[in-house]
Ligand binder design. Structure first.
Ligand code: UGA
Length: 351
């Protein structure tokens, strides 16, 4: 099978590539702006990487949409601070650029697996969120945080309609706060520039206080990336076409915690790393208002738990990694890179 992966160096794209190389005989044709997360994988004979921008290298993409069996358009802006800071960039990339690719998939008969998001459920008051029955609830227009959810929801609706009216073969996936190595870069210390786990870890390693937005009462269900990839690989295999025309939440309802609990657990896990325990002992939690942290156009989601009955029943999939272990593995990967970067800067160990 030939996969076209746009955004192949992203968090999901790079983990997918690693798993495809290790576990299948599939070929990956991948485009991205850089290849740092892919590392040596760019040299693998079944990985055909090209550096490029999906808004510029349109002919390469069209040619490969035609040539490949499945397309995964993974390119998107996916950090909430960006939704309020640059909503038009979110619309243009997450919606307009992806729509062009999806139209090509319909035109050339290429199956598409599109990354929808847990965010499409918005402030739905009744978790767990179900793909077929939950309401999708957003705030007023001036709360620009919802432009990402709206753009993704509109893509979901367009893809669904193309399935009905243009014969597009598709599967929509909804990752729920996947975490793991390579989620965001710790090198961007700016507040809100990363998703919460990497944001908190960066603060801990730099000995800065952790910001609990609105006291950290809001809840998320965190999913370890390997669990998520098990599900995505089953969707790619698509035995008997069982995933065609379906939507799957991919999350771990057992890992539902408040953001305050997440911070406390991360501090506790950091204590397991002997040289970093002193940082954990000194960690400071401070409460900030959402408006002070993100600006007035932000609005939060109070609780977000996936109903994963569909993935369980159709694919026999079950997430296995508990939150503590997911954080342990994620932190270990980041800490290894962080130590290497520090040693490169200061090989003598810091005088
Ligand atoms: C994320 C992003 O929209 C996407 O990456 C993705 O589509 C989706 O959810 C997902 O991964 O399922 P969100 O969970 O709100 O949205 O993103 P985070 O930035 O990780 O924030 C989680 C929570 O932590 C929010 O309530 C936020 O206010 C809080 N937070 C974040 C803090 O309390 N302090 C911080 O320093 C950062």
């Amino acid at each position: 099978m030939k996969l076209l992966v746009l955004g192949v160096n992203g968090f999901i794209g790079s983990h997918l590539t690693r798993r495809v190389v290790a576990e299948t005989d599939w070929e990956i044709y991948g485009m991205d702006l850089a290849a740092d997360r892919l590392g040596d994988m760019v040299d693998h004979p079944r990985v055909h990487y090209i550096e490029g921008d999906i808004s510029i290298n349109k002919e390469w993409i069209e040619y490969h949409v035609k040539k490949c069996d499945v397309c995964l358009p993974l390119v998107a802006i996916a950090t909430p601070a960006s939704y309020v800071r640059d909503p038009l960039a979110v619309f243009e990339l997450d919606f307009e650029e992806n729509l062009r690719v999806v139209r090509q998939c319909a035109r050339y008969g290429t199956r598409v697996i599109f990354p929808s998001t847990s965010e499409v459920y918005g402030m739905c008051p009744e978790p767990p969120f179900n793909e077929e029955t939950s309401l999708l609830v957003y705030g007023p227009i001036h709360k620009q945080r919802w432009i990402y959810a709206c753009a993704k929801q509109m893509m979901d609706r367009v893809i669904w309609a193309m399935g009905q009216h243009r014969g597009l073969r598709f599967t929509l996936i909804r990752p729920f706060n996947w975490i793991g190595a390579g989620l965001d870069t710790l090198a961007t210390p700016k507040e809100g520039s990363s998703r919460v786990v990497t944001q908190f870890l960066g603060h801990l390693l730099r000995e800065e206080p952790i910001n609990l937005v609105d006291g950290g009462r809001q809840r998320r269900s965190f999913t370890y990336v390997d669990d998520g990839l098990d599900c995505l690989l089953a969707i790619l295999r698509n035995e008997g076409g069982r995933c065609d025309g379906r939507i799957f939440n991919i999350g771990n309802p057992a890992n539902d915690v408040s953001i305050r609990e997440l911070a406390e657990l991360m501090i506790d896990v950091l204590k397991e790393f002997p040289d970093l325990a002193p940082l954990a002992e000194k960690a400071e939690l401070r409460e900030v208002s959402a408006e002070a942290f993100y600006g007035k156009d932000y609005q939060d989601i109070g609780a977000r738990v996936p109903d994963i009955t569909a993935a369980r029943e159709v694919l026999g999939w079950e997430p296995k990694i508990g939150l503590r272990e997911a954080l342990r593995r994620t932190i270990a990967a980041y800490v290894a890179d962080w130590r290497a970067a520090r040693e490169a800067l200061d090989p003598a160990g810091g005088a």
